[in-house]
Ligand binder design. Structure first.
Ligand code: GRF
Length: 187
């Protein structure tokens, strides 16, 4: 299956997908990485792995729809079948959803439907929950919603900071994202 990955930052989830493919654990190819932040480390990771990457900076577009139209065009150009949002920090519009219906996967650092949005890890700490985790789900228009493919739980420890808790969550993200892609998309 031909994957397009979208990432905004560090790209550790991009890396584990690429590694799972290299290790023969995921029968897929990464056609392209799309990133929206010129300093995203994900782009460096793509280069190191010989994966093509395309910078599409949302600031260069007058509206979310125009931006998404360019994303769709790029994904089509690279013959992408499934879209993986691995730390993509922009809301998406109907334009993108309609182009890949039920073929977009997102990863989020909480046990959805708890703690949607960009402050998921901080919100879990503020709420005082003792267990949180991560969720891989199919994307729909409403942010951090859509059918759940896989989840993993992690404990919240008494001395956790957002950084330590996020680190513990990411270990589980890296485990379940390739598994969930295989479950949903692998042919
Ligand atoms: C992950 O925690 C993911 O759940 C969230 O953004 C983070 C991306 O991490 N949506 P990375 O860039 O893959 O390291």
């Amino acid at each position: 299956v031909k994957l397009g990955i979208m990432a905004s930052g560090n790209g550790s989830n991009f890396e584990v997908v690429a590694q799972a493919i290299e290790d023969g654990k995921l029968n897929a190819q990464i056609q392209v990485l799309i990133y929206n932040n010129p300093s995203a480390k994900a782009a460096v990771r793509a280069k190191n792995r010989g994966v093509e990457s395309v910078l599409l900076n949302h600031r260069d577009y007058p509206s979310r729809e125009e931006f998404d139209r360019q994303i769709v065009q790029t994904l089509h150009q690279y013959e992408v079948e499934w879209v993986i949002m691995a730390g993509w920090m922009r809301l998406v519009s109907q334009v993108l959803i309609d182009a890949f219906p039920n073929k977009m996967i997102n990863i989020h650092p909480s046990l959805l439907p708890s703690f949607k949005g960009v402050r998921a890890v901080e919100q879990a700490l503020e709420a005082g929950v003792k267990i949180t985790g991560c969720t891989v789900h199919l994307l729909c228009l409403e942010m951090d919603s859509g059918p759940i493919l896989m989840q993993a739980a992690v404990p919240v420890l008494p001395d956790d900071t957002p950084e330590t808790l996020h680190g513990r969550i990411q270990v589980q993200e890296h485990r379940i994202l390739p598994l969930a892609i295989a479950l949903a998309a692998q042919k």
